[in-house]
Design a protein around this ligand. Sequence first.
Ligand code: AR6
Length: 169
Amino acid sequence: MATITLVQGDITRVSADAIVNAANSSLLGGGGVDGAIHRRGGPAILADCRKLRASHYGKGLATGKAVATTAGKLDARWVIHTVGPRHSHQEDRSTLLASCYRESLRVADELGARTVAFPAVSAGIYGWPIDDAARIAMATVRETPTAVDEVRFVLFDDATYQAFARHLC
Ligand code: AR6
């Protein structure tokens, strides 16, 4: 089981084997953490994403799945792109959010990554209530068998950091 650590900050500034991106199914960039990763990582990431779209992911990456690219100029070897679900009051999409963490760790294991940095997937533009997003993230990482040594949650603001801290023990 991976050691879980929490830090507050900008995920594009961390050093890790793999940095997870809260992407959308187009894999072609967006706002939030996705925009920040592409900005700081540079065009090599988008070039890899375009190759994925031209090959195995013609229709894009499905919600709950994950796929890796280069990390470009980020201080990491890979970016693992995962697509979180939009929060819905009508439908319980928790299993899809849990799947983002499980699938990202599966890809990290395939790559041989030992340290993996995650943002709070779906907790921004996709509207997931932060306490529930933190609960699902922490429980899923805790329950997922992996060879990753350290999962570091990099939480952008204090409220998000505090929500994750409440679910640490
Ligand atoms: N470092 C760490 N966390 C960040 C950063 C950063 N640099 N920037 C934002 N966050 P979001 P989502 C936090 O909206 O909800 C994009 O347009 C943010 O405060 O980035 O999964 C994609 O292309 C929040 O806690 O991702 C999709 O269309 C968390 O990261 C859509 O947004 C996730 O917020 C995905 O929405």
